[in-house]
Design a protein around this ligand. Structure first.
Ligand code: 3H9
Length: 695
């Protein structure tokens, strides 16, 4: 077994190398020998300078997240950094890959940082519901200035070396081999023969800080935190770097960290971190299954979905043949795509050159024969079985052998679509979420005959185009929309029984959702669901008459709410309330006062129940996959970890009891507790460890 930490010598420069694959996390078996190395080299008179480097693909990517929530074995990271920082000979971190979290904090314990050109540096702890807990919220503001540091810490987004060099976080960019450059740099500093200040003693940038401007930025960020504790704690801790001494601020940082790491929000966000990685491990698709090569994609349909999907491929550097019925439709689709890129240019997130490069990756087509050289074709045509089958029949004739044929569908049976081809093993569903170029979730729908290497290809492709993939089985609506259906049905019932749209939406906002169901309908456009219902022969008691009145939501200025003078702020509309009243009276319903608790139970619990049924049927491989679907595709609050994680926090026993209560009162199937929920309630087990119930 390779040692986690080794020390080598290059003349009078000592090089410590951390080797803890895959990402050099600072596990106990790294911290212990690292501490020994620091102490030994500190006391070794033959060592003039020290370089701290990493083997493998990256510099240290953080503390070992799997150790959180367990008793911390000493030395902890703070002790390690304190020892490193006291070493008087020049210390230099040699950074390649990503220096993240505790990794960057460790590098901040050195006097200097030399980075590879492609390195990225950041403190992503906020994404785990934490704040950097080993001095990052203090040392980073010391080096970069508090306002810049605040942005990096609260967003959790790493920066590149040019920005790091400019701000003073990095001292040099390696020209050539990194460790050799760092040794050179260290030797040159040692030759200067002076003592360099530790970062903790470099207070000039915080002393010059504009506290009022900082507070203004922090207040803006706090507004966006939407109930999450970590961003607020991050901002407070960076503020402490300005107002308190180093040691006082460090003690406060520790206090905040300890509180956050043991809280439910961080547990939920850590669950999501591992859940996302777990979702990429699909039963039956082992590491030995090689993905197919994707050099060109075809997208059929240049409407909202097709255009967004095509943009996702192009953003990942994959050329796209975009096919439409006629050149007018193509012109319209490409004009929208160009407009979307132009918005990014105007916001400064894309350069003109990058926009031009992306637009050049599109090839126009109105002829299926042009799809013959595509390695994957995704159709995004009208959501109707007959139309989809016709498209797949045509595709079967032109696509090359081994090409992946994907249907972008939200509900339809992928196995049935596959029957219109002679190659069902190459057929798969890809459920993108709108706007497809923005939304991260990708439900990959595995048909009965979908080949494992098709799934492996989609999983690696998803990563390349910046999506979070979850493999799901065939059923109406797959994981996300199937669970959503139970919530939608109940939201309308709540209105008829006495709630108002704004009351329901407030319960959702208070829970942490970006918006409630009625604001969501108004934003998406009520006409979409209306069209869908009509095609299925279904009706909605409130939404249908709203549509008949031309109230399609924000785009018509009226929906469940009023949007006056083009405003996006919803205002309750007495006309809608009257409509609800009338519809209730027609049905003999006596409207009553409905509590927030009732709204929460009747909307959230049926979703959890449906999620459990999905698990029983094997449509999702694990509960954490369901959580990834909901947090990435539907705005489920990340601080609650997704519906299935939340169910365990809430108590499965309580949920089953309340479902049974509502089932008794309403007789609706959505409330009939699933066998899995009942089993877990009886055994006290969890979704990941479903113990057998005691006999
Ligand atoms: C922290 O540092 C707290 C301190 O401030 C204070 C302490 C007192 N620990 O993502 P990948 C695993 S908090 C344990 O697929 P990539 C990961 O689960 C930490 N395990 O690779 C996966 O395992 P598996 C702050 C970790 O190349 C495997 O490594 N740092 C950790 O796509 C490969 O990961 C962060 O939040 C970890 N820290 O991306 C950075 N990191 O193969 C978190 C990864 O069994 N990490 N694993 O599924 C990342 O963002 C990405 O892993 C990284 C590489 C960008 C580095």
């Amino acid at each position: 077994m390779t040692k986690s930490v080794t020390t080598t010598r290059n003349g009078d420069v000592a090089v410590i190398t951390i080797d803890n694959p895959p990402v050099n996390a600072l596990s106990f078996h790294v911290r212990e020998p690292l501490m020994e190395a620091f102490e030994a080299l500190r006391d070794d008179a033959s060592v003039a300078a020290i370089v701290l480097a990493c083997a493998g693909r990256t510099f240290v990517a953080g503390a070992d997240i799997t150790e959180f929530g367990k008793p911390m074995q000493q030395p902890d990271l703070r002790a390690l950094i304190a020892t490193l920082e006291k070493i008087e000979k020049p210390t230099v971190a040699a950074i390649h890959g990503t220096a993240l979290g505790g990794g960057l904090e460790l590098a901040l314990g050195c006097h200097f940082r030399v980075a590879d050109k492609a390195a990225r540096l950041g403190l992503p702890e906020v994404k785990l519901g934490l704040l950097p807990g080993a001095g990052g919220t203090i040392r980073l503001p010391y080096l970069l200035g508090p306002q810049k540091a605040l942005k990096i810490i609260v967003s959790g987004t790493p920066i590149g070396v040019a920005e790091a060099l400019d701000g003073g976080l990095v001292d040099a960019i390696a020209d050539g081999e990194l460790v050799a450059a760092a040794i050179e740099f260290a030797r040159a500093r040692a030759a200067e023969g002076k003592k360099f200040p530790a970062v903790r003693d470099r207070r000039d940038k915080v002393e010059q800080a504009d506290l009022a401007a900082f507070d203004k930025d922090a207040a803006e960020l706090a507004k966006k935190a939407r109930g999450l504790e970590a961003p607020v704690a991050c901002a407070q801790s960076v503020r402490n770097a300005i107002t308190l001494t180093f040691d006082e601020a460090l003690a406060k940082e520790r206090e905040y960290f300890v509180k956050l790491v043991s809280g439910d929000q961080s547990r939920a966000q850590r669950h999501l971190f591992f859940a996302e990685r777990e979702a990429a491990k699909v039963p039956g698709v082992g590491k030995d299954v090689a993905p197919r090569e994707i050099r060109r994609a075809g997208v059929i349909g240049a409407g909202t979905m097709g255009g967004g999907i095509a943009m996702s491929f192009v953003n990942g550097g994959i050329p796209v043949t975009l096919l439409e019925m006629n050149s007018e439709a193509l012109d319209r689709g490409l004009a929208t795509i160009e407009k979307n890129y132009a918005i990014s240019v105007s916001r400064g997130s894309l350069s003109e050159e990058a926009k031009a490069r992306r637009m050049a990756l599109f090839t126009r087509s109105t002829d299926y024969a042009d799809l013959a050289d595509c390695d994957i074709v995704i159709e995004a045509v009208f959501e109707e079985m007959a139309v989809k089958k016709e498209v797949f029949g045509k595709l079967d004739k032109v696509a090359k052998p081994g090409a992946i044929l994907a249907t972008n569908t939200s509900y339809l049976d992928v196995d049935e679509i596959a029957t219109s081809t002679g190659r069902p093993q190459d057929v798969v569903g890809t459920h993108f979420f709108s706007p497809a170029n923005v939304m991260k979730l990708l439900e990959i729908v595995r048909g009965k005959k979908t080949a494992p290497d098709v799934l492996a290809t989609l999983l690696s492709l998803a990563k390349k185009i910046g999506k979070v993939p979850v493999v799901v089985g065939v059923c109406h609506g797959f994981v996300g929309n199937r669970m959503l259906a139970s919530r939608s049905e109940e939201s309308e019932s709540l209105l008829l029984e006495g709630a108002t749209p704004s009351q329901v939406d407030k319960v959702f906002a208070d829970f942490g959702w970006p918006m409630g169901p009625f604001q969501m309908y108004d934003l998406a456009g009520l006409d979409i669901g209306w069209r869908n219902r009509k095609s299925l022969g279904k009706t909605a008691i409130i939404a249908d008459p709203l549509c008949e009145q031309g109230r399609f939501g924000q785009k018509t200025g009226k929906g469940f709410y009023l949007y006056e003078n083009g405003s996006r702020t919803p205002t309750p509309d007495p006309e809608v309330e009257k409509l609800i009243d009338d519809k209730a009276r027609e049905r003999g319903i006596n409207r009553r006062t409905i509590s927030a608790e009732e709204i929460a139970e009747r909307t959230l619990y049926p979703m959890i129940n449906e999620g459990a049924k999905i698990l029983e049927e094997g449509i999702a491989a694990r509960a954490s996959d369901v959580d990834i679907v909901w947090t990435n595709g539907y705005g489920f609050p990340i601080g609650k970890g997704g519906p299935m994680f939340f169910a365990e926090l809430e108590g499965i026993g309580k949920i089953v009891e309340r479902l049974e209560y509502w089932h008794g009162r309403t007789g609706k199937d959505i409330f009939k507790p699933s066998a899995l929920l009942k089993k877990l309630a009886a055994s006290g087990g969890s979704f990941s460890d479903p113990k057998e119930a005691a006999a």
